[in-house]
Design a protein around this ligand. Structure first.
Ligand SMILES: Cc1cc2nc3c(=O)[nH]c(=O)nc-3n(C[C@H](O)[C@H](O)[C@H](O)COP(=O)(O)O)c2cc1C
Length: 211
């Protein structure tokens, strides 16, 4: 598929067929993730891959409340998402960046976080995550990035042994897409902004920006 077509077709998929994906595709998605850029080539990321039914089930058990009402929208979202055969949890390591930038070619030996304009550890892991999302499209599959509720992150850490040096930045479902059924996400009710509305050439334009 042409790159521009991959980008155009990318969208979050929240409903999946209950059948496995080719492990080679998962491997390609992960290999592409490692080709993302990273500050100082720190590569302070790690990817927890859950591709066995018991593992995937354990992920959903750790990230959801058992007493959720079967009628609420969260439950409809979950019903579509939990049949995805693969869940990938991208994790970022702040320590990897502080260590890397304390090396002689960088020299930030004070490891002062004020030096960081934004948390590059999350930024780089997010870029790697986008590689996974784009690979899914290229392979004719669907994927969705979503946040793990903060009060469930501890359960995910504990169940899957994620070390304290790594923070899950969210999770990605991967699988064979099914048509939306009810749960469509924010893109169904909000329009994509046109480049003319968000691009500022030469100087930030004075017109009022959409917020
Ligand atoms: C940081 C971030 C957090 C998101 N969290 C969720 C989420 O928790 N659940 C979900 O279904 N989608 C989530 N999304 C997907 C967005 O709703 C989606 O990207 C947006 O509506 C645009 O739609 P599209 O990606 O299909 O083009 C998230 C996306 C990003 C980038």
């Amino acid at each position: 598929m042409e790159f521009r077509e991959v980008v155009r077709r990318r969208r979050m998929v929240r409903r999946y067929a209950d059948r496995p994906v080719d492990p080679a595709v998962v491997d390609r998605a992960l290999a592409h993730a490692t080709h993302a850029p990273s500050a100082g080539f720190s590569q302070g990321w790690g990817f927890l891959v859950l591709d066995q039914p018991t593992e995937v089930e354990a992920f959903w058990a750790a990230t959801t409340d058992p007493d959720d009402s079967p009628d609420d929208s969260d439950d409809a979202w979950l019903a579509g998402m939990r049949t995805a055969p693969v869940v990938i949890v991208p994790c970022s390591s702040r320590a990897a960046y502080l260590d890397r930038y304390a090396e002689p070619d960088k020299g930030w030996t004070d490891r002062d976080e004020a030096r960081w304009p934004v948390p590059f550890w999350h930024l780089d892991t997010a870029m790697a995550t986008l590689m996974i999302l784009l690979t899914a499209v290229d392979e004719g599959l669907g994927a969705c990035y979503f946040g793990i509720p903060p009060d469930h992150v501890g359960a995910v850490r504990e169940r899957f042994g994620i070390p304290v040096a790594f923070d899950p930045i969210g999770a990605v479902t991967l699988g064979h897409r099914l048509p939306d059924a009810g749960v469509k996400g924010s893109a169904a009710t909000r329009r994509r902004r046109d480049p003319a509305e968000v691009v500022h050439r030469g100087h930030w334009s004075s017109r009022v920006d959409l917020v």
